[in-house]
Design a protein around this ligand. Structure first.
Ligand SMILES: C[S@@+](CC[C@H](N)C(=O)[O-])C[C@H]1O[C@@H](n2cnc3c(N)ncnc32)[C@H](O)[C@@H]1O
Length: 240
């Protein structure tokens, strides 16, 4: 999905990855995108709290030599100033304790290293992007009902406030537009409807179910009218 954002590739190609950490690697989608585009890494470390996602990432990234760490507790057992580059991609809204994570990333990055943050935003979206944003908010709510920490996406302003509040300097900033063509009648919309139905059904025993079904109905109507695509992202290159 990251190849939907054309200008992202040119940013990634220009990075000097060196000793590289992807924090919140999930199933490895972003990490594979980066490593396939840019060979400047000397070592690669990937951290996540979710064992199942890390297992998938190991499969996806089988061709690369990566140290995987599955751990929530911080600090990690890694010496300070170890990494030349750290990426945090669509992970911010999954972090229960952002303050501790930012402190840890600042401990781990070399004084001249870069922390790259890319995150979907919720402001100034087109109608198809709004469909995705609303779908994501539903998924986040379902995750919370299952006890998983997952917030809705933030505005670009909120993200920048978090980043500067964490004491990081923003050296470069861009809103990455999603250039994918949208067709409300395509197979993706049909699959999306099925995913929305599955999501709501997974909480059919919860008191919130009826309200969620109503939300799901409204998202599906929006999906049929406008189609869907992933929202634009805020891309930030930051330093200490
Ligand atoms: C949406 S996924 C992003 C995956 C990947 N960065 C990508 O863009 O392809 C967010 C990930 O953050 C992970 N996560 C949440 N809290 C975390 C924490 N405290 N430390 C590390 N990873 C965390 C989640 O388990 C999830 O896999």
């Amino acid at each position: 999905m990251y190849n939907e954002y054309h200008s992202l590739a040119s940013h990634i190609r220009e990075l000097d990855l060196g000793e590289y950490l992807e924090f919140g690697c999930g199933d490895g989608g972003f990490l594979k995108y980066v490593l396939d585009l840019n060979e400047s890494f000397k070592s690669v470390t990937a951290v996540d709290i979710n064992t199942a996602s890390v297992e998938k990432a190991k499969e996806t990234l089988v061709d690369y030599d990566i140290q995987f760490i599955t751990q929530e507790k911080l600090p990690l057992n890694i010496e300070p100033d170890r990494f030349s580059s750290i990426t945090l991609s669509n992970t911010l809204h999954h972090l229960r304790d952002k303050k501790s994570v930012f402190e840890e990333l600042k401990r781990l990055i070399k004084p001249d290293g870069q922390i790259i943050i890319t995150e979907m935003i919720s402001n100034e979206l087109t109608e198809p992007e709004q469909t995705y944003c609303r779908f994501h908010a539903l998924r986040a709510e379902v995750d919370r009902l299952h006890g998983i920490f997952h917030e809705t996406t933030y505005t670009s302003f909120e993200i920048q406030e978090m980043v500067s509040g964490a004491g990081l300097r923003m050296d470069s900033k861009e809103i990455l537009l999603n250039t994918k063509e949208v067709d409300p009648d395509n197979i993706e919309s049909t699959e999306m409807e099925a995913t929305i139905n599955e999501l709501t059904q997974s909480v059919s025993e919860k008191p919130e179910f009826l309200a969620l079904e109503e939300t799901a109905r409204s998202i599906k109507a929006h999906l049929r009218q406008y189609g869907i695509k992933r929202p634009r992202q805020l891309y930030l290159e930051t330093t200490l």
